[in-house]
Design a binder for this molecule. Structure first.
Ligand SMILES: C[C@@](CO)(OP(=O)(O)O)[C@H](O)COP(=O)(O)OP(=O)(O)OC[C@H]1O[C@@H](n2ccc(N)nc2=O)[C@H](O)[C@@H]1O
Ligand SMILES: Nc1ncnc2c1ncn2[C@@H]1O[C@H](COP(=O)(O)OP(=O)(O)O)[C@@H](O)[C@H]1O
Length: 284
């Protein structure tokens, strides 16, 4: 069975509280972005090795061990609770989404693996059950059980779908190739109360977003990597109605009304920085 895990951007990201379990509560809006990996999971028909999960990948090379890959972790998680139904599998991932980029690509892979395994082995898990398993894999994973914009609180698992129609806008994504470690990024943050009303953002015109949305990681991460602040400023001056960093970075994005301005800006950034990853995406 094959599926196409997508990535996300954050509109605002407020870190509101350090929790007793070591994690932080946050407030954000997750928006799905149709930049995708390819994830295929098939049953090992002729299972004669001691390896119940054969994992291979192509495309961007993925750091870490196979056991720590979120697709493989998803299989083990369900195997614990459904030992008879979950069979040995072969997983192949074609990786396109930049890694450690604040785009949630790894989290998306884990969540999509859960969704595929649920179907492949007829587990009949509800969305709420899938969200429960997804949160074990990572704080960002529950969002990828949905595929609509969501207001998120808690670690990211309290999700409310939002009526946010971005179909008339164009998104430019720029990743300067810096891998940000999420755990380390949190160490630079002093939590403070969030706005508590980010769910109202869909009611505001795009022109107001820059004033009301804050990503608490943007300042400390930009202080370490000034290219991030410089790119955001460039997107703003090129006509983006809103530009910011996604998640813990290092990806920045601009939302444009004018597709030509976006294309010109993309070409300019790409020409000046051939190693950067840039993508123009039609939003939904
Ligand atoms: C902060 C966000 C916003 O989208 O950053 P990005 O990953 O997208 O950049 C995410 O919630 C990240 O989610 P995810 O990448 O799944 O993080 P996890 O694997 O759960 O946690 C990695 C580490 O980050 C810290 N962490 C993560 C999430 C959270 N709510 N509180 C935390 O303190 C913890 O130190 C944890 O050990
Ligand atoms: N399938 C996967 N794809 C990418 N990264 C993965 C995957 N499984 C585990 N990881 C680990 O997750 C980390 C990056 O996660 P990713 O979702 O790309 O970044 P971010 O949390 O910044 O959005 C990497 O350090 C990598 O080792």
């Amino acid at each position: 069975m094959i599926d196409f895990p997508h990535c996300k951007i954050n509109l605002g990201l407020n870190i509101t509280e350090k929790r007793k379990d070591g994690f932080h509560n946050l407030e954000t809006i997750f928006v799905p972005v149709p930049v995708r990996d390819v994830l295929e999971i098939v049953v090992q028909q002729d299972y004669h090795t001691d390896i119940p999960v054969i994992f291979t990948s192509s495309g961007i090379s993925i750091p870490g061990t196979t056991e720590n890959n979120l697709c493989v972790k998803a299989w083990h998680l369900l195997k614990q609770d459904y030992p008879d139904k979950i069979k040995p599998v072969a997983i192949h991932l074609i990786k396109h989404i930049p890694i450690g980029a604040g785009l949630g690509g790894g989290s998306s892979n884990g969540a999509f693996a859960l969704k595929i395994l649920n179907k492949l082995f007829f587990l009949n898990l509800s969305r709420q059950q899938l969200i429960h398993y997804a949160l074990v894999l990572g704080s960002d994973c529950p969002f990828f059980i949905y595929d609509t914009p969501c207001y998120a609180t808690g670690r990211g698992e309290h999700l409310t779908p939002l009526n946010l129609n971005l179909a008339h806008y164009h998104l430019l994504i720029v990743n300067p190739g810096i891998h940000i470690n999420t755990g380390l990024a949190f160490k630079a943050i002093t939590p403070k109360p969030g706005p508590g009303n980010l769910f109202k953002v869909p009611e505001l015109p795009l022109s107001r977003w820059q004033q009301v949305l804050v990503n608490d990681f943007q300042q400390p991460v930009s202080a370490e990597y000034p290219v991030i602040a410089a790119l955001i400023a460039e997107l703003q001056s090129a006509g983006a109605g809103y530009a910011a960093m996604s998640g813990t970075g290092s990806t920045v994005f601009g939302i444009f009304e004018n597709k030509q301005s976006l294309e010109e800006t993309r070409a300019k950034i790409q020409q000046a920085n051939p190693a950067f990853y840039t993508r123009a995406v039609a939003l939904q």
